[in-house]
Design a protein around this ligand. Structure first.
Ligand code: C2E
Ligand code: CA
Ligand code: CA
Ligand code: CA
Length: 278
């Protein structure tokens, strides 16, 4: 048993060392990613469930590193957040997505683009003024940008956050809570935040067509949205049955592989062309 134990300890520390090595490599490489033009944004369309009409798209960051290959944002965003690189990365995303939204707006395809904002980026003192400057520069009405923030941001510094959210509403951007239900939001003050939309976390959607418990929880979130007059969007919709259940239960919007995967801006442009009534 002693031998086995040592063996697995050895294995564990190797694994840990490999993980640390990869983290370090990713952090080092990410520092060059913007300068070397390795980042891009994919857009995943969002639809109104009742009508099937496309209402907007979420901007999702992509990174192709020549040596490491494609790195998932689920892996590199947390590293960027911890190392502080998220400030530059987030700025790049904001600028690129605002310019893309402005391009579509000025070419006759007004489309709301949702942009993920990480906690450190949101708390940065220059964040709001930079966003305002970008919107002015691009001549894009603010309502065509939606910011997705997570519950954690609301809870960390409720007072500071509330002031920032009011400032953002004054500018006119739309505000969504991402991954709703997953974190630790205090329902007692959700109504105080000037939020437009809740995104039901994918974990509630996975089995919503077959799990009674998930149905109970999804119904509660939809009802909460109704009471607080918030739009509700389901994310990670992969199956027709999930979409049907959500439609039948009053969920407004949906996003997922069933309706459309994240795609490059050219492909989303094609989708916008097809949507446009002649
Ligand atoms: P998220 O904001 O919750 O984004 C949704 C994720 O679910 C995306 O993963 C998307 O590709 C994926 N997805 C969409 N539809 C489906 C579906 O039907 N089934 C399944 N299984 N997955 C689906 P992605 O693009 O890998 O992004 C992962 C996370 O990385 C995002 O989760 C977000 O937290 C973060 N992220 C991505 N881009 C940015 C960014 O520009 N800034 C920041 N701060 N975070 C970002
Ligand atoms: Ca998101
Ligand atoms: Ca909105
Ligand atoms: Ca999400």
């Amino acid at each position: 048993a002693g031998y086995k134990g040592q063996d697995s300890l050895q294995f564990f520390s190797n694994e840990l060392r490999d993980k640390r090595k990869r983290r370090w490599a990713i952090q080092q490489a990410l520092g060059q990613a913007i300068r070397d033009n390795q980042l891009s944004i994919h857009y995943q369309p969002q639809f109104e469930l009742q009508t099937g009409k496309m209402v907007g798209a979420e901007a999702l960051l992509r990174w192709h590193q020549p040596d490491i290959g494609q790195v998932s944002p689920a892996e590199f965003i947390p590293i960027a957040e911890q190392s502080g690189l998220i400030i530059d990365v987030g700025r790049w995303v904001l600028k690129t997505a605002v310019h893309q939204a402005a391009f579509w707006y000025h070419h006759g395809f007004p489309t709301q683009i949702a942009i993920n904002i990480s906690p450190r980026q949101f708390e940065h003192p220059d964040f709001i003024s930079e966003l305002e400057r970008l919107l002015t520069e691009a001549e894009l009405p603010a309502s065509f940008i939606e910011l997705e923030i997570t519950e954690g941001v609301l809870m960390k510094d409720a007072q500071g956050c509330l002031a920032a959210l009011h400032e953002l509403k004054r500018i006119g951007v739309s505000l969504a809570i991402d991954d709703f239900g997953q974190g630790y939001s205090s329902l007692s003050y959700l109504h105080r935040f000037p939020i437009d939309k809740l995104k039901i976390d994918r974990s509630f959607i996975n089995d919503v067509h077959q799990s009674e418990m998930d149905q109970v929880l999804a119904r509660i979130i939809i009802e909460l949205g109704r009471q607080l007059e918030l739009q509700i969007i389901a994310e990670g919709v992969e199956l027709e049955q999930q979409a049907q259940w959500l439609t039948d239960n009053g969920c407004h919007l949906a996003q997922g592989y069933l309706m459309g995967k994240p795609m490059n801006s050219g492909d989303l442009h094609g989708l916008l062309l097809n949507q446009k009534p002649q």
